[in-house]
Write a new protein. Structure first.
Length: 306
C-alpha cells in the first residue's frame, strides 16, 4: 500500500505516560475506503492511538499522517473531514435529538441531510425527544449520528455498540456497511470480535502497546490458527482432532463406527478464538521477558485485501 492510497499512516508510533510505554513502536496503514478494526485488551493502547490520530493527544515520537496531514498540526478544514464517536456517551443535553443534529450539521461545510441521518440511526420516533430522556442505547445512536452528520471522509468509532441490544447492533452494522459502501474510511475499536469480523476488512491487534498481528480479518493468527477441530464421543469418551480435511476424517470415523457418531461437531475457530489465543500467547511471552508472538514492534503485514 502506498502513502497515496492511505487515509492513515502510522510509523513507529510511541507514547509514554511517565515510565509507562502505552504505545511502544506501532506501525500500520489504513487504506482509503477501508474499515480497519483496532483490537486489544483493556489498557492495550487503542484509545491512546486513536486520540493521537484524531489530534487530541500528543505523541512521544513516530510519524503519523491522517488524510495527508499530521494530526498535531491539523486545522479546521482537516477536522471537518473527521467523524468521531468517542467511547463515552456525550453529555445528556436539554435539547431534542433533531435540534442537536441540526446544530452540529451547521458547523460542517458539507453536512449530511439531518432527516437521512436520523433515519439511518433509527431515531425517527425519538427525534423530538430531549436527549436526556433517551435510553443509554438511544443516546449512543445520537453519538453515532453526530459522528456522521458532517459527512466525514474518515470515521472513528470507539466501541460504538456498547450498550446496544442485539437488534440495534445488527441495525448499526447495516448503517456502517452502507457508509462503507459510500467510500467512508472507518477506524473501529470494539471488544465484540463478531462485530470486527462482520465489519472489518483488516484488523490490527494491540497488546501491551505493541502491534502483535495485523492483516485481512481472515488471515489474523495465520493459517494454523484456523485448522478446524473435529469433536466426537467414542464409547463415552470425548475425543477431538484438528485436521485440514474434516470431511475425510468424519467419513473415516463414520465408516469405522458403522453409522452416526455421538456428539459430532466440526468447529472452525472464530476471530474471537484466534484473538484470545494470540493475546494469551503474547501475555505468556511478555511475562517471561521477551515475547515470542509479536515480540517485535513491527509485524510484517500479510499480503492482499479480502
Ligand atoms: N492520561 C493518561 N495518563 C497516564 N496513563 C494513561 C493515560 N491514558 C492512558 N493511560 C494508560 O495507558 C495505557 C493504555 O490506555 P488506553 O486507554 O490507550 O487503552 P485501551 O486499549 O484504549 O483500553 P480500553 O479497551 O480499556 O479502552 C493504560 O495502561 C492506561 O492506564
Amino acid at each position: 500500500m502506498t502513502n497515496h492510497d492511505s487515509a492513515v499512516t502510522v510509523r513507529d508510533l510511541r507514547k509514554s505516560y511517565g515510565s509507562l510505554n502505552a504505545l511502544d513502536g506501532v506501525s500500520f496503514d489504513i487504506g482509503r475506503g477501508e474499515t480497519f478494526a483496532l483490537l486489544g485488551p483493556n489498557g492495550a493502547g487503542k484509545s491512546t492511538a486513536i486520540e493521537i490520530l484524531e489530534g487530541y493527544r500528543d505523541r512521544t515520537s513516530g510519524e503519523v499522517t491522517v488524510l495527508g496531514t499530521d494530526p498535531g498540526r491539523g486545522g479546521l478544514a482537516w477536522k471537518a473531514q473527521l467523524g468521531i464517536v468517542l467511547q463515552s456517551t456525550g453529555e445528556s443535553g436539554n435539547v431534542t435529538v433533531r435540534e442537536q443534529l441540526t446544530h452540529f450539521a451547521g458547523l460542517y461545510p458539507n453536512p449530511r441531510d439531518v432527516d437521512e441521518v436520523i433515519a439511518a440511526v433509527g431515531l425517527e420516533a425519538k427525534q423530538k425527544t430531549l436527549i436526556r430522556k433517551l435510553s443509554g442505547g438511544q443516546r449512543r445512536r445520537v453519538d453515532v449520528a453526530l459522528g456522521i452528520v458532517g459527512n466525514p471522509a474518515l470515521l472513528f468509532l470507539d466501541e460504538p455498540t456498547t450498550g446496544f441490544d442485539p437488534e440495534s447492533r445488527r441495525q448499526f452494522w447495516e448503517l456502517i456497511l452502507s457508509l462503507k459502501n459510500e467510500g467512508t474510511t472507518i477506524l473501529l475499536t470494539t471488544h465484540y470480535l463478531d462485530e470486527a469480523a462482520h465489519l472489518g476488512d483488516r484488523a490490527g491487534i494491540i497488546a501491551g502497546g505493541k502491534l502483535i498481528d495485523i492483516g485481512p480479518i481472515d488471515t489474523i493468527g495465520g493459517a494454523d490458527a484456523r485448522v478446524p477441530l473435529v469433536r466426537w464421543v467414542d464409547r463415552g469418551v470425548a475425543r477431538e482432532q484438528r485436521t485440514t480435511e474434516p470431511a475425510t476424517l468424519v467419513a473415516a470415523l463414520v465408516r469405522e463406527n458403522g453409522g452416526e457418531l455421538d456428539g459430532l461437531e466440526v468447529v472452525r475457530p472464530s476471530l474471537e478464538d484466534i484473538y484470545l489465543e494470540l493475546v494469551a500467547a503474547y501475555e505468556r511471552g511478555a511475562s517471561t521477558s521477551s515475547a515470542t508472538v509479536g515480540g517485535s514492534a513491527t509485524v510484517l503485514e500479510k499480503e492482499t485485501a479480502k
